[in-house]
Design a protein around this ligand. Structure first.
Ligand code: MLT
Length: 199
């Protein structure tokens, strides 16, 4: 997958940056630098193009995912992470995704499909990636989840549904509500505070 890697402090986690629809691997670099400038970064570009806009999986319409493609792309990203960990010499267990919107959705999809897949997770405006499927045990995984009180893409009840599913699997979820679908500085401050409590 098209990506960039920046080696940071080897004692720190590796941020896996996953952009929103129409973004690329450079989009979330300032956010990673804001949260922890010393962490390593693996930033990936989604392999799917929707009218020229990169995404991580296909959708049938806004908020309706192509489940077969999501399954395939989630496995593809998982395989890519294993390969990247070997090539760049970091431990798979140290990955913390910072995903926004479509990128948060594929990060959430990883949580639904693979046990122990991340050390912790920052899911900014994520949706429930798949229904009628239980999340494997998360064993206290710390998760920062955000939504927006007037988010036109992710209704509040969907953010809360995802929160409940993550908690039911044993996740330690910190929930933040901003205003709309856009990222705000106060939301990023909250994510940084959450991160700094653990690292
Ligand atoms: C998605 O398709 O993943 C969500 O609708 C968010 C987005 O618009 O990218």
């Amino acid at each position: 997958m098209k990506h960039l890697f920046k080696q940071g402090d080897s004692q720190k986690p590796v941020f896996l940056l996953l952009h929103g629809t129409g973004g690329d691997e450079r989009d979330l670099l300032p956010i990673a630098a804001f949260i922890d400038p010393t962490a390593s970064i693996l930033s990936v570009r989604g392999n799917v193009l929707e009218n020229g806009m990169p995404r991580f999986f296909k959708r049938l319409s806004e908020g309706i995912f192509d489940e077969a493609d999501l399954t395939l792309r989630t496995a593809e990203l998982h395989a890519f992470l294993k390969e990247a960990a070997t090539n760049y010499g970091f431990s798979l267990e140290r990955i913390i995704p910072i995903g926004y919107s479509n990128g948060a959705n594929i990060a959430a999809s990883m949580l639904y499909r693979f046990p122990h897949v991340f050390e912790a997770a920052i899911l900014l405006h994520a949706m429930v990636p798949i229904r009628n499927k239980e999340i494997p045990v998360l064993e206290g995984m710390k998760i920062f989840l955000s939504g927006g009180e007037h988010d036109p893409i992710v209704p509040i009840k969907e953010t809360k549904e995802l929160q409940q599913a993550l908690i039911a699997a044993g996740g330690d979820v910190s929930l933040y509500f901003g205003t709309s679908h856009q990222l705000t500085q106060t939301e990023l401050n909250a994510a940084k505070n959450w991160y700094q409590q653990s690292y």
